[in-house]
Design a protein around this ligand. Sequence first.
Ligand code: ATP
Length: 453
Amino acid sequence: MADVTLDEVVALCKRRGFIFQSSEIYGGLGSTYDYGHYGVLLKNNVKAEWWRAVVQERDDMVALDAAILMHPRVWEASGHLEGFTDPLVQCLGECKKRWREDHVRESQLGDEGAEGEISCPECGGELSEPMQFNLMFETHMGPTRESGSEVYLRPETAQGIFVNFKNVLQFSRKRPPFGIAQVGKAFRNEITPGNFIFRTREFEQMEIEFFVPPDDAPEWHKRWMDERMRWYAELGIREDKLRLREHGPDELSHYSSATSDIEYLFPMGFSELEGIANRGDFDLRQHAKFSGEKLEYVDSATGDRYVPHVIEPSAGADRATLAFMVDAYDSEEVEGRERVVLRLHPRLAPVKVAVLPLVNKDGQPEKAREVYEELRGRMPAEYDTGGSIGKRYRRQDEIGTPWGVTVDHETMEDDTVTLRDRDTLEQTRIPIGELGAELERRLAEPWTSPKSG
Ligand code: ATP
C-alpha cells in the first residue's frame, strides 16, 4: 500500500480542518500550529487513551496538573539553566541560516558526535563555530523587567512532578513503586523546528515519573519500555514501523544512566516518539539540596528511608498524534476514483459514526436526524445532509470515521439502516434499535490496522 509523504498529511490536515498554521492571516508564526475541530477531538482521544492506560487501568499511579510557571530556582536545581542547551552553528556563506550542529553532523557524517568538516545544508557555505544556545523561553513576572524577576516557560512538565513529590506522597496513600502522571504544555526555543507538528516550539507532553526502590530501577525501566511499546501497538501503529533504540553513552543526558527512545518510521525516517529514561535519584536529590526539604520515602513499619529512583516515560501528545495520522493515512482506488482514508483505531477516531440520509427528501433527513440524536449521547457522531452520498462518505473517510449509517427508503418501511465499515467497505443491514449496542461492541473490540502485513 502507498507510503505517505508528510505533505499529503499536512494537506489533509488543512483540507479537513485538523490543524492550521498559527496566526495564518498574519503570515503565520514559525512552527506553531492551531488545532481545529477534528484535530482537537483526535488529540483529546490520544491523551484520553494515555490517561486510561497509565492511570485508570492501574492502581499505582496518580494524576497531577502543575502550573507552567515555576519558581526560577527549579531550573537551577534541574540543571536546565546551565545545561539545557543545543549547539547552534550559523551559515557564514550566502543564506546565513542557523542549524543545530549535532543534526548537521548526523546528516552529513552519519553520527551526531562525528568529527570532520560540515557545511551549510542549504547553500553549502562555511559554518560558524558552535555556540551553546539555551532553549528555555524567558519572561518576567510582575510589572517591571528588573533582574531577579525572570521566570521561564517550562521546557518539560517533569519538574512540576518532582517538586510535588512530597505533597503527593502525603496525600495519595501510595508507596514506591508508584508514579505521578501529567499532561501539559511545554515550550522550547528550538533552533530548527520543523516537520509540521513533529518539532514545534510549543507542544504538549504526556509524562510519567515513576518512583521505585533503588534496586528495582533497572527492572522497572524494562517494564515501562514494554508497556509503552504496547500502548502504541494496541492503538494500531504497525509494529514494523516502531522500534526501541537505546541511547549511546555520548547521547545520555546529564541525569540519566540509561535511556531508550521509542521511534516511529515517520516520512523523514525513524524519529523519536517517546523517551524512557532511568533518571536515578538525580532530580529528588537536586530539589532536596536546592529547597532544603527532605525528599525521600520513609517506611513507617520498618523505619527504612531512601530516596527513590525514577523511571520517566516521556511522550509528546502532538508527535503521537502525527504518528497516528501518518500510520493511518491511506489511499486506494475504488470504482475508478481515488479514496483517501484515515484508518485510525476507532477509539482514536474523532467521530465514531456518521448518520447520512440517502436522499434529502421523503422523510429521510428527519429520520436520520432522529437516529443521530439517539447515537450522539453514546459516542461522538455526525449528521450530514450536504452533497451526494459519495461525497459525504469521502469526507468521513478522510476524517477517519469508522462507521457510516445510511437511512434510505427501506428504513422508512422497516426501521433498518445500512451500516458501512470504513476499512472493508462492507455494508450490513441492521435494525435501528440495535445500532447503539452494535457500535459499542465494535468500539470495544481489539483492532489492528488493515495496512499491516
Ligand atoms: P528531540 O531529540 O527530538 O529534540 P528530546 O530527546 O529533547 O527530543 P525529550 O526531552 O525526551 O525530547 O522530550 C520528551 C518527548 O517530548 C519527546 O519524545 C517528544 O515526543 C516530545 N517533544 C520534545 N520536544 C518536542 C518539540 N519541540 N515538539 C514536539 N514534541 C516534542
